[in-house]
Design a protein around this ligand. Structure first.
Ligand SMILES: *Cc1c(COP(=O)(O)O)cnc(C)c1O
Length: 500
């Protein structure tokens, strides 16, 4: 309501009460004005009523919600279902225009404002999380892999001769496919083993550049967040190599925003050398549904080129989700989540270390990995057969998600490329292991239940005889299955909240 409406209301309700109501509304409006003026994430969390008021105001600015609108175009923001309209706060036009995902739409002032504001607030968060000199970013309604593809396709026009992408190996299929889909040939740089850690082979990167010729290389594609025992790439040195040979550098920072160490690596890389763009997942870092990523960097002109490569319009949903989330948390709420995550990382490490020792195993020493950790599974591996993968399925049956077991020597072909030791980021990692991660939003209870269930599973595995011939393996499988069924129903009674 505006001042005229409030005055009109005074005929119906005492002016003193109306005045108070108007003051209350001003409180919400002040927050909205500050948000638009500063373009930064508010320090304190917003109340849901302020967020909804704001979203409704944005919605009525779009032409599909004009009271007098008559549409005679082919895309008029008509939505058949009221549920769908409400799910999107009646922001139906999406973002961007046919030639640029960052462009403003005349038909949809509200959606355009949402888009610009979200990008500005997300940039503020990237800075707050540690990349202080980032200058530009935009949200795209594609997950990380496709967003990396968009970066590579943008570089293609700047480096017409380039055929190769230098890629320190990380066994994750979407980042591998991002290069294949863009039409490039990945040059896989095997990692080097240092203690338990798998780290970037810098001299191999440099010798490959010299061998292939810098102009034939599209870019170096490095990674921060990854499963232990791989650790984040040596970004600073890679960035220096890229600067030296004048080769672009794209960083896959999939779930790195939540880690100050990953963000620091990017900041240092950009300071000491060359980073053209870094890409991160919205869902993994900001606790929203899967569907979006943020492409960011230090050079506005290059970021603009990427946004212009996006053909057509785009869904506004990921932008809307992340804006709502950041307003709901406030910068302070997000910082608290980051702090809790770090504390849970230390807790999970110490608990897993203790459990490992108890079972004659050890927590691998991967101090450069700030999110993921690994525990050796030597004795299970020695049993042979399917013991390792069985542990994986046992954990899965017990509703442990996200833990993954990595057996030795599993090979896989991805898009015609053979990877020895697939999943372990290495042709021949010395031992089988199990991964667990402390990612944003994890609670102490997640850690406690995980440790308890893993302990049970390991005890169960150790009781089993080593598998011999196929019949024996099958019989053990049957026994295991029946044990699992009775155990998991036990687990359900122990942890009734899991079912809710
Ligand atoms: C999640 C992730 C990706 C991207 O996966 P999307 O499903 O495309 O978001 C890429 N690399 C790594 C290391 C990841 O963890």
């Amino acid at each position: 309501m505006n001042d005229d409406s409030f005055s009109a209301g005074e005929h119906l309700v005492s002016p003193a009460y109306i005045r108070q109501g108007r003051e209350a509304r001003r409180g919400h409006e002040l927050l909205i004005r500050l948000l638009l003026e500063k373009g930064k994430c508010p320090q304190e969390a917003w109340d849901e009523s302020t967020i909804e008021l704001f979203l409704h105001e944005l919605g009525v600015m779009d032409s599909n919600n004009f009271l007098g609108n008559c549409g005679v175009g082919e895309r008029e923001g008509r939505v058949a279902s009221g549920i769908v309209a409400r799910r999107h706060y009646r922001l139906i036009h999406g973002i961007g225009r046919s030639g640029d995902i960052a462009a403003v739409q005349p038909k949809a002032a509200g959606s355009s404002l949402l888009n610009k504001l979200t990008n500005s607030v997300v940039l503020d968060m990237l800075k707050l999380a540690g990349v202080r000199t980032a200058t530009s970013c935009f949200v795209v309604p594609m997950a990380t892999g496709m967003s990396l593809t968009l970066c590579f396709l943008t570089l293609r026009h700047k480096r017409p001769k380039a055929k190769y992408i230098i890629w320190p190996r990380i066994d994750q299929k979407s980042c591998f496919k991002s290069m294949i889909t863009a039409g490039f040939e990945p040059v896989v740089i095997e990692n080097v083993l240092e203690g338990d850690e798998l780290r970037t082979d810098l001299s191999l990167v440099e010798s490959q550049i010299q061998e292939l010729g810098a102009e034939n290389i599209l870019c170096v594609h490095s990674t921060t967040s990854c499963f232990a025992p791989r650790v984040p790439d040596r970004l600073e040195e890679l960035a220096e190599i890229c600067a030296k040979y004048d080769i672009p550098h794209i960083v896959n920072n999939a779930y790195g925003v939540q880690s100050s160490k990953c963000m620091h690596l990017i900041q240092q890389g950009a300071r000491k050398g060359r980073i053209d763009a870094f890409v991160q997942s919205l869902d993994k870092n900001f606790m929203v549904p899967v569907g979006g990523a943020v492409i960011s960097g230090f050079n506005n002109a290059f970021l603009e080129e990427i946004s212009k490569m996006y053909p057509g319009r785009a869904s506004a949903s990921p932008s809307l989700d992340v804006l709502i989330t950041l307003l709901s948390l406030g910068a302070s709420g997000y910082k608290n989540l980051l702090t809790e995550r770090k504390e849970m990382f230390a807790y999970l490490s110490s608990e897993l270390k203790e459990l490992a020792t108890k079972h004659g195993e050890r927590l691998l020493e991967t101090q450069h990995n700030p999110i993921s950790m690994a525990m050796s599974l030597k004795s299970l591996n020695d049993k042979g057969g399917t013991a390792i993968t069985q542990l994986g399925s046992m954990l899965f049956t017990r509703q442990v998600s996200g833990a993954r077991v990595v057996p030795l020597g599993s090979s896989q072909t991805v898009n015609g490329y053979d990877f020895k030791g697939f999943m372990s980021h290495s042709n021949d990692y010395p031992c089988a292991y199990l991964n667990a991660a402390s990612a944003i939003g994890i609670k102490k209870q997640d850690v406690d239940l995980f440790i308890k269930r893993l302990d049970k599973c390991l005890r169960l595995c150790q009781k089993e005889k080593p598998s011999g011939d196929d019949l024996q393996t099958t019989m053990e499988g049957v026994t295991e299955l029946s044990q699992q069924l009775s155990l998991s129903s036990q687990a359900e009674t122990e942890d009734p909240h899991l079912l809710t």
